[in-house]
Design a protein around this ligand. Structure first.
Ligand SMILES: *Cc1c(COP(=O)(O)O)cnc(C)c1O
Length: 394
């Protein structure tokens, strides 16, 4: 056995989260793409079968009440809340992340009030956030300015309405300083909007603690909710009564079944709803979230850092010098839960890795991404993935 294989075995033996792996449907592929689509929790297929056959097939319309369909967006929001450091009744589940970015950015501009007409957007943002912020700006009479997150404290000012940032950069895996940046936005009187797609479920977020105003995130990455599972919207409690959604559908009405001609917003998290929730996806997500019972986010973070540290160590050892360059910061405080390697022919290299049972992904033009999901990736997987990468690149 190589030294790295011995070390991997020791790390696996000491892993407090090792038993969580049994809660997932896995095979002998090393799956390092959970930052794009989380693996299937074993409890989900049976639950979906029950939702379809019994709740829908037998109870039909009664399920809106009897199976808890109507209240699912808030109930599941409350299950996600502790994973992002939020107290209850501030998170609602529904729609895609893109749609929630729209609600949050327009809602943020409206919260910010008169005289503020600029939206700052993370220059390296996941594209959908940038497209939607630009449209939100046109609709609200604002201009958009693309900025590096670290520059926000120097640029946010009395004209800034909203600041939209990605907590972890989807390409490089860089973790931005949410506490400091949120504080700077708040001090300038602007409204912060954080996109948590690449952080929730991988590291502590602390929305309440750090004074975040609004946040969105998806549930199909580290939260394993399944393809296209609904996203969530966080509206800080102190803003809820003034939050003015640009998509005031009947589900967010104070009295949805009053069928009134005029709109009156619900109080609390329900104000972030729009129309009829996507129940099949939503209840698959609810089942998937059971894997978090008894799991501490701090333990997940500790293992995530140990996994990415070990991967970088293995890569340095087995990949020929100069063949890849890590774009992911070395400092723990700046690292999410993925490692991004710049590599010539990255698309072709990833194809060969996948053929050999190591699944990461390729991001144009030259990035290999490897996501480490602490609930089901082990240190032996890391060592094997790096070994295959070394062989492919030799
Ligand atoms: C994955 C991701 C999205 C995805 O948005 P969808 O509307 O679910 O397609 C948005 N923002 C970020 C930062 C992401 O990583």
């Amino acid at each position: 056995m190589s030294e790295l294989a011995v070390k991997a075995a020791e790390l696996d033996a000491a892993d407090q989260l090792a038993s969580a792996r049994g809660k997932f449907v896995l095979d002998d592929v090393v799956y390092l793409d959970g930052n794009s689509l989380g693996a299937l929790p074993a409890v989900v297929p049976g639950r979906v079968e029950d939702v379809v056959r019994r709740q829908w097939g037998e109870l039909r319309i009664r399920s809106w009440e009897e199976s808890g369909w109507w209240s699912a967006p808030e109930r599941i929001g409350d299950r996600i809340a502790p994973l992002v450091g939020a107290a209850a009744v501030q998170v609602v589940v529904g729609d895609s992340t893109s749609v929630n970015v729209f609600k949050a950015v327009v809602g943020a501009v409206r919260l910010a009030g008169e005289g503020r007409d600029e939206i700052l957007v993370d220059a390296a943002t996941f594209p959908t956030d940038g497209y939607i912020a630009a449209s939100a700006a046109r609709m609200t009479g604002c201009t958009v300015r693309a900025v590096a997150p670290a520059e926000v404290p120097g640029l946010v000012g009395e004209r800034t309405a909203a600041v939209l940032l990605n907590h972890v950069d989807y390409r490089s895996g860089r973790l931005h300083d949410l506490p400091a940046l949120t504080a700077a936005v708040r001090a300038a009187g602007a409204v912060s909007v954080w996109d948590l797609c690449h952080s929730a479920g991988a590291l502590p977020v602390g929305l309440d603690e750090h004074g975040v105003d609004l946040a969105v995130g998806c549930t199909y990455k580290y939260l394993n909710g399944g393809p296209g599972s609904p996203a969530y919207l966080y509206v800080r409690r102190e803003h809820q009564e003034r939050f003015d959604s640009p998509l005031p559908g009947w589900n967010s009405h104070a009295e949805p079944f009053g069928m009134r001609p005029s709109y009156e917003p619900a109080s609390g998290a329900a104000r972030g709803r729009v129309g009829t929730p996507d129940i099949l996806s939503m209840l698959a997500l609810e089942a998937a979230l059971e894997v978090w019972d008894g799991v501490s986010v701090a333990a997940v973070r500790a293992k995530s850092l140990a996994l990415t540290d070990f991967f970088l160590e293995c890569v340095a050892d087995v990949v020929p010098a100069g063949r890849v360059e890590s774009l992911t910061p070395v400092a723990h405080g700046e690292r999410g839960s993925q490692v991004a390697l710049r590599c010539d022919d990255a698309g072709e290299v990833m194809k060969r890795l996948v053929e050999r049972g190591v699944v990461g992904d390729f991001r144009s033009p030259d990035v290999l991404r490897f996501g480490f999901t602490p609930l089901y990736v082990g240190f032996g997987d890391v060592e094997r993935a790096a070994g295959v990468l070394g062989e492919v690149l030799s």
